[in-house]
Design a protein around this ligand. Structure first.
Ligand code: CO
Length: 182
């Protein structure tokens, strides 16, 4: 088991557009470590740049909220279509303790590669579609705070400043209540 440090808001890698994965051979070990990290941090999704890696790679496990679900690994993903609308409260492992109601399309069509390099394009809905969009945003340098109104953003400005200040220091939240943190 290898738990990596989760990079926090303020670290420039989280504002980068991540690079395509070309070396698929190194993925299994990396993905294993990402899952260890995500479970340790009690998140339901994790993007590679959240552990400091400039790679278009994300993992998701929403099975504790949706029993029909399983674990997912998406490589070099791209949302090709979206429709509908829903508002769900989201948290983010890179922005501890901040929860924001985020409006996003309810359904997406997502093109990606599997860990084995197989090309896929599928439609997703519900929590999984939500998680994919959150992580896909990370891989494009976008945070949940970019998806809310300026007024709401103002309300968390102080917290963001503090996180930026502490960025790089691995801190633990004892009483993080999990709803939907990715
Ligand atoms: Co996040």
């Amino acid at each position: 088991m290898a738990v990596m440090d989760v990079v926090k808001y303020g670290n420039p890698i989280l504002r980068k557009k991540c690079a395509e994965v070309t070396d698929f051979d190194s993925l299994p070990e990396l993905v294993n470590n990402m899952f260890d990290t995500m479970y340790e941090e009690e998140g339901v999704g994790l993007a590679a740049n959240q552990v400091g890696l400039n790679l278009k790679l994300m993992i998701i496990d929403v099975s504790h909220m949706d029993e029909a679900e399983e674990t997912h690994v998406f490589v070099n993903g791209k949302i090709t279509d979206s429709w509908g609308e829903s508002i769900i409260e989201e948290g983010c492992l890179s922005i501890p303790e901040v929860r924001l109601e985020v409006k996003r399309p309810e359904f997406i069509k997502f093109k990606y590669k599997t860990m084995g390099g197989e090309k896929k394009e599928e439609e997703f809905s519900g929590l999984l579609a939500r998680a994919i969009q959150h992580e896909n945003d990370h891989l494009n340098g976008i945070f949940i705070i970019d998806r809310v109104s300026p007024i709401v953003r103002m309300q968390v400005k102080k917290q963001l400043k503090e996180i930026t200040k502490e960025s790089g220091i691995n801190r633990k939240n004892k009483d993080r209540k999990i709803s939907f943190v990715l």
